[in-house]
Every structure is written in structure tokens, then in C-alpha cells.
Write a protein that binds this ligand. Structure first.
Ligand SMILES: C[S@@+](CC[C@H](N)C(=O)[O-])C[C@H]1O[C@@H](n2cnc3c(N)ncnc32)[C@H](O)[C@@H]1O
Length: 417
């Protein structure tokens, strides 16, 4: 198999692969990496994915005939993931639903009132598009068969990207660019559904269906048995201030999961690894208390390095516009990942390996050897060893900008055994 190292950490490869390409996710990674690791495993192996996202690991496992299990903390991504794993969809049934959806759009269009929709949606879609999208959404919400409901939800979520006035998840709403050809929501929806049904036909008829849970991987998932998995393949959030609550904000609002910033904080961010400064209240953090946490006590050497970094980042924040509390973010991030490692270690059988795709960080110009620190932390949770394989250099594009650092960052694979 052709595996290009520099593509492992991004979703470029996935765009040419059926099902993997059903939903473009900013933070995805290459399915080829998963296929590569699976090619060495016995067929009775079970794969664990604690950060399922749009399901790259689980879809690959299912395509290759492996059992797999995973967690995803966000309801919207959880639905996307389940839709990609559900291949019991039949073209005739899809066509029947589509014809009813078309009828519903024609019958409800005149009277549908979009003024009650979320203000963000009203701002991001022109009236015609928003009306059609909402009528389709309401029809989908009324479908009793969960498999088809998820299938159509994914299709319409995909169309939300193609019909907005601006790109909505790159990773954030980008109001400085406009999407040309953002019309014809119904036609786009039908065409996405057609593509998806055609893709399903090309998949193996017999497969072990992956199981994904709406669950926060910092906590034990009692539905996944101890020692039940043979390998973990994942990509956790990076320590780079990417707010997954923001990335899926438009979709979460559209599907009624959230309605406001406060909802995103309480219903979305609260279930995720702390990866952005929007995830916590600065005033709730107390460094003294943190120094006495279970994480700190079990990671004394790491903790002394982290404290030095903490003070340097805090100092460097002075005089910077925005003054983000990256020093606090860093502490929360490693503490959260410590809990995640406990859960990975519990789920994996003895002698199994975990592979994590990760990036290093340099908030306010202070280099944090993130992958190495995570390797050290993993050894405090029961892993014996770790190795780091660099897959690419990143971050250099900021070199020419005076307000950015010029530290070379890398993306790596962390192997835990
Ligand atoms: C880097 S992405 C994973 C990408 C994914 N492997 C893929 O290819 O789509 C991180 C994902 O982890 C989820 N996540 C973050 N913290 C989580 C947690 N504590 N438990 C479960 N999922 C979490 C995010 O919602 C996001 O979908």
C-alpha cells in the first residue's frame, strides 16, 4: 500500500475513498494509516478509537472486516460517525423518501417561516436556501427508522457546507470568503444521497459492524469491556486551541442540539478534552490545587517541566493582544489526556499497542514537546514504553508573520506499548 507520511495527519487521502469522503472534517486523518496498521493484524483483532470524529478508524476497520469500538464526545459528530457505519440502506427506500421530501418542499415552501430559525443560520444562508434546508430537516426529524434518519442527516449536513454564503468550517466560519454556486439545496441533497447509496453498494456484504458510543473518553465507558481490544488507532485533539465546539457550531444549531454560545459550552465543550481556551473559566483554575492533583502526584518529573513551561507561557502572554491563558490550557490538556490514557490502557488487552497521531505546540512562542510529554504521561498509566515517529514538519507558514513564532513544529505518531 502506498502510504505517504506527510499525508497521514490530514484528510486528503480520504477525499478519494468511498464513505470516508461522505463528510469533510477539518481534523480528520488518513484512512491509509489505519489500513496500514490493520494489514499486520490477525482477523479476530478488535480496534479501539477513543476520539471517533468522523469515523476514519471505525470505517476502515469495518471495510477491512475487523470488529471495532469507539467513543465520540459530540452528538453531531457521533451521528455523522454512525451514519458512515450504517450500510443497511437500500436505494429503493432512499428514493421513496426523496420523493416524499420533494413533495414536502413544494407543499411547505410558501408558508414556511424562517424568522424563528437560529439567528446564526439566518445570517449564513439566503432565505430560499434556508427555507428548503429547514423543510428537509423537519422531514428528516420525523423519520421513524433510525438508519435512514441518520443517512439523510449526514447528507443534509454535507449540503449545509455547499449552500452557505461563507465557508462554515475551515475550521471556523470564514466571513472574508464567499461560496460561489451556493444555490440548489434540494438538487444538491438528492445528488449527495445518490452518491452515498452508490458507495454503499460497493462495500462488502458481510462485515462486523463498528460500535460507537456518545461518550467522553476521559471517563470509563462501562459498555466497553476491560482488556477487550487489541489495538488503539486514534488522533486526539491537539494542544493548539482548536475549539471543536466552534467547528461544528452551525450544524449543532441547525439540528437543534445547541442554540447559543452557552449551550456549546455546557453541552459540547464540557464533554471534550480541553483543547481550547474557550473550554474553561480562568478563574476556576488554581495552580496550587492542580499541583496536588492525582495527575501531578503521579507525574512528578513531567510536572516540574510543566511548571517551568507554565510560567514562561504566562510571562510571554504579557503585552500580547488577546492575552489568552495558554498556560492554563496546557495544564488542563495534559490532565485530561492522563485520564484518556487510563481508559485506553484499561480497554486494551495486555501487550497491545496504541497509535496516536499528534502535533507539537508552541503557544506564545514557548515550545512544548507535546508528543514526548504525552508519551511520559502514558507510562504513568500502565504503558511500559513509547516511541515517536515524525510524519511531517508544520507551522512554518507563519514564519513570515511578525506576530507569530518561528519555531518548527512537527506532527508525529506516538506509539505506546
Ligand atoms: C482530531 S479529531 C479526531 C479525528 C478522527 N479520528 C477522524 O478522522 O475523524 C478529535 C475528535 O475527538 C472528539 N473528542 C474530543 N474530546 C473527546 C473526548 N473527551 N471524548 C470523546 N471524543 C472527544 C472531538 O469531538 C473530535 O471529533
Amino acid at each position: 500500500m502506498e502510504l505517504q507520511l506527510e499525508n497521514i495527519g490530514c484528510s486528503k487521502d480520504n477525499m478519494n475513498s468511498p464513505i470516508h469522503n461522505w463528510y469533510k472534517f477539518t481534523a480528520g486523518f488518513s484512512y491509509k494509516f489505519v489500513d496500514y496498521l490493520l494489514s499486520d493484524l490477525s482477523q479476530d483483532s478488535v480496534v479501539f478509537e477513543p476520539f471517533a470524529g468522523c469515523g476514519t478508524t471505525l470505517v476502515s476497520a469495518q471495510k477491512n472486516g475487523y470488529y471495532s469500538v469507539g467513543n465520540e464526545g459530540q452528538e453531531f459528530m457521533y451521528d455523522i460517525c454512525r451514519a458512515k457505519l450504517n450500510w443497511t440502506i437500500h436505494k429503493e427506500v432512499v428514493d421513496q423518501y426523496i420523493s416524499q421530501i420533494k413533495n414536502r418542499v413544494f407543499s411547505d415552501f410558501e408558508s414556511y417561516d424562517i424568522s424563528r430559525e437560529n439567528p446564526l443560520l439566518i445570517e449564513l444562508y439566503d432565505d430560499y436556501n434556508l427555507k428548503v434546508l429547514c423543510i428537509i430537516r423537519n422531514y428528516i426529524n420525523s423519520i421513524a427508522d433510525e438508519s435512514y434518519k441518520l443517512f439523510f442527516k449526514l447528507a443534509l449536513s454535507n449540503v449545509l457546507h455547499k449552500t452557505a454564503i461563507y465557508p462554515i468550517a475551515v475550521p471556523y466560519i470564514s466571513r472574508s470568503k464567499r461560496i460561489i454556486n451556493n444555490g440548489q439545496p434540494l438538487e444538491k441533497f438528492v445528488s449527495v444521497c445518490d452518491k452515498m447509496t452508490n458507495d454503499i453498494v460497493t462495500q462488502p456484504a458481510q462485515y462486523h459492524q463498528a460500535h460507537v458510543f456518545l461518550h467522553d473518553s476521559r471517563k470509563q465507558n462501562s459498555l466497553i469491556e476491560t482488556n477487550s481490544c487489541s489495538i488503539c488507532i486514534t488522533s486526539p485533539p491537539y494542544l493548539n486551541n482548536l475549539d471543536y465546539g466552534e467547528v461544528s457550531k452551525v450544524h449543532s444549531h441547525f439540528w437543534g442540539i445547541t442554540q447559543s454560545w452557552n449551550d456549546i459550552t455546557t453541552k459540547v465543550r464540557s464533554n471534550l478534552v480541553t483543547g481550547a481556551t474557550t473550554h474553561y473559566k480562568e478563574t476556576d483554575f488554581d495552580i496550587e490545587r492542580f499541583t496536588n492533583s492525582e495527575f501531578a502526584k503521579n507525574n512528578k518529573e513531567v510536572m516540574s517541566d510543566l511548571l517551568a513551561l507554565y510560567h514562561r507561557i504566562k510571562e510571554n502572554a504579557h503585552g500580547r493582544s488577546g492575552k489568552k491563558s495558554f498556560h492554563i490550557l496546557m495544564m488542563h490538556y495534559f490532565d485530561d489526556m492522563y485520564n484518556v490514557f487510563h481508559e485506553i490502557r484499561r480497554v486494551l488487552s495486555p501487550n497491545s499497542k496504541a497509535y496516536l497521531i499528534l502535533g507539537d505546540s508552541a503557544p506564545y512562542g514557548v515550545y512544548i514537546p507535546t508528543t514526548q510529554i504525552l508519551g511520559e504521561i502514558a507510562t504513568s498509566t500502565g504503558f511500559q514504553n513509547y516511541s515517536i515517529y515524525k510524519i511531517r514538519t508544520r507551522g512554518t507558514k507563519w514564519r513570515s508573520l511578525s506576530n507569530r513564532h518561528n519555531i518548527e513544529l512537527s506532527e508525529n505518531i506516538l506509539e505506546l506499548s
